[in-house]
Design a protein. Sequence first.
Length: 328
Amino acid sequence: MVTDPRQTPLWERVARALGFNPVRLRWRWERFKIGQERKQRAADNQARALRYRHKQCPQCTLTVDAKERHCPRCGRRLLGPMLSRLQRQLRAIFPVDALSYTTTFVTFNVALYLAMVMRSGGLAALFRSLQPSTVVRFGGWFIPLMLVHGQWWRLVTAGFLHFSPLHIIFNSLWLLQLGPQIEEVLGRKRYLLLYVASGVGGFALSIGYRLLRGGTHLMGVGAGASGIVFGLIAAGLTLAYIRRAPGSDVFRQGLAKWGIYAVVFSLLPGIDLAAHLGGAVAGGLAALGLATHDQARRLPEPLWTVIELLVLLVLIGSFALAVSSPLR
């Protein structure tokens, strides 16, 4: 059957004249319209959610009645109606994922590494390993300084520093893969304590091992987030297989594979196995205490806010001491 060209839409004739496929263009236009409709529905749903008087649990995201004082699913204490609505409005402006400790710490790690690179000679030093002295200036642990001058704050700052591009790239990828899952299950406040405890525990065991060995082992310099990575793996396995925390079944099998990869990686030459082991022990023990489902044993949420502020003060204070250190 021959189609009368005059019955063909003008846009289709123009498209053919320009060498475009009208069928593909129509398909893309329909996809675009469907996408716009989805965005509009999402915006409408968000606007209605901000107007509703219901509450949403910040821990497990369950929607509950405005009169509920505790989440029926996870038992967390909920805010009042007005504060709950204000919280939803703030989350609409600042998404939870954008404010997570995982992304914040990874960004901070990258910023610190770039600062060390600039201190080492500019962009020319971007693709080579940094000198140990540079890492020590920014807060890497060094046993003589810790024993003689009492600079034990280096146990905290060293977890945010890295020696080379591959060092920070691999650790950042592991953190971004593991961190958000653990943070979602535990909540931001508990996750912050787990993160810092894993780093400090890893370096503490590594330093303790070197003190026992003595000799040249005391002159080593340490830094990196690998102990934290192992702490997150151990915490995830504890949450999934021992505590059976709500939501942990999502990453249970995948985390076991990550654990196997991490053990194999730790056996490579030049890897601080003691720091990995210390981070894993600290992370596992922290998860045992943090993942409490018994309401009677659960710490009040205001107390967790105080703990979060104290941990943040420790982080800020440690880096303030690093900045004021005479070595800089």
